[in-house]
Write a protein that binds this ligand. Structure first.
Ligand code: GTP
Length: 364
């Protein structure tokens, strides 16, 4: 039979075990509650800026992290412009980095389809989480949309054991999915607000408008039996402007280039910003010789005088231009594929102008 003392000992042990378990359950309940609250805040974010605040500051406080960062692939600067259009500068969000491509940011990005947890290595992770914070472990959560890696949400801790390859990653996967969904949601809301036919940066028409007008102009060319010419223009080595002077300077250059093109074309021409640093001009009822002369004038007007990149500095900007022509389409022609082929041929010519040395006009 067990003695009174044994029983008392056992009871004491049980009590302390119960206390430990209760506090563990309480802690887990608290973490679960905090996680659920955070997830709701993420899902309810109404705009990009609020979402970024929740991701960067909210998650850091809720999960008591030493650092949080977000890296987003934004090669066409679309996300940055949506952010600017909502009245916020990217610089307001320390911890947010935009890149043209994720490759080279961290070796794990090559195949980041699930969260990666492990040691913080300066050589591998300095571009995504600052090396001067004394971080010891990291969790990299992929931000995906339709199977494509859009970026990553990154957690850093000074604690070696906080994120290790031994940890279960279900919690992080779930959070990554919620964060990705919330990001796509606020981006779509912002895009909707700005949909329409105007390019926010230059005030020019955008690609959607160009595609509509292209079909209309081809229909007219078919009706009136005239030729339609397409100029596709791309700024040379534009990445260098962004890299040397920053994104805002790059934007200024884009605006100035748009103005210089505009000053050369007729009101009846259709000019649009086609993509990042690419512009398209459609010239209805124009013959090839006139179109080529105009392309040369545009090219010369852009490189003729330097463009200011900030209050003190300016740079000579050059452009490459590709020209393609569509002869009067026969009645009943497939205008959609004619339009696609015209743009594609202008793009091939543009590519040739680039490969032949840039700052020139090339013909299909
Ligand atoms: N500031 C700014 N940069 C943009 C925008 N859209 C695209 N870009 C940048 O434009 C650059 C285009 O670079 P690339 O396609 O490598 O071409 P490039 O440097 O112009 O070189 P080439 O075309 O080969 O002469 C990328 O760095 C984009 O991030 C924008 O709206 N604003």
């Amino acid at each position: 039979m067990r003695s009174q003392r044994d029983l008392e000992n056992e009871l004491r042990q049980l009590r302390s075990q119960l206390k430990r378990l209760t506090s563990e359950v309480e802690r887990n309940t608290r973490i679960l509650r905090v996680s659920q609250e955070r997830e709701l805040t993420l899902l309810n974010a109404e705009d990009i800026a609020s979402l970024l605040h929740v991701l960067l500051d909210g998650l850091r406080d809720s999960y008591r992290l030493d650092a949080v960062s977000v890296v987003l692939a934004d090669p066409d600067h679309n996300v940055r412009h949506l952010l600017l259009a909502s009245g916020h500068e990217p610089e307001e969000f320390p911890g947010l980095t935009f890149v043209d491509s994720l490759g080279g940011m961290a070796p794990q990005f090559v195949a980041l389809t699930r969260p990666w947890l492990g040691r913080y290595m300066k050589a591998d992770h300095a571009l995504i989480l600052p090396p001067d914070l004394g971080l010891s472990s990291v969790a990299l959560l992929p931000l995906m949309h339709k199977g494509r890696l859009l970026g990553s949400l990154n957690f850093g801790s000074k604690d070696d054991d906080r994120f290790t390859a031994l940890h279960a990653t279900d919690f992080f996967s779930h959070l990554g999915v919620i964060a990705s969904f919330s990001l796509e949601n606020v981006l779509n809301r912002a895009r909707l607000l700005r949909s329409g036919h105007t390019d926010f940066l230059t005030g020019w028409h955008n690609r959607r408008y160009l595609q509509l007008r292209l079909k209309e102009e081809l229909a007219r060319a078919s009706r009136e039996q005239t030729t339609l010419v397409c100029l596709m223009l791309d700024i040379d080595h534009f990445k260098r402007i962004n890299d040397s002077y920053g994104h805002a300077a790059g934007d200024e250059v884009l605006r100035e280039v748009a103005q210089r093109i505009e000053s050369q074309v007729r009101v009846s021409d259709v000019a649009a910003r086609f993509g990042g640093e690419e512009f398209v001009v459609l010239l209805p009822a124009t013959d090839f010789a006139a179109a080529r002369a105009l392309a040369e004038r545009i090219r010369a007007s852009i490189s003729a005088s330097p463009v200011s990149v900030n209050a003190e500095q300016s740079e000579i900007i050059t452009t490459s231009i590709g020209i393609a022509t569509c002869a009067a389409p026969p009645q009943g022609a497939d205008l959609k594929s004619l339009g696609e082929s015209l743009l594609a041929r202008a793009d091939v010519a543009l590519y040739r102008a680039k490969s032949e040395g840039r700052d020139r006009v090339a013909v299909e």
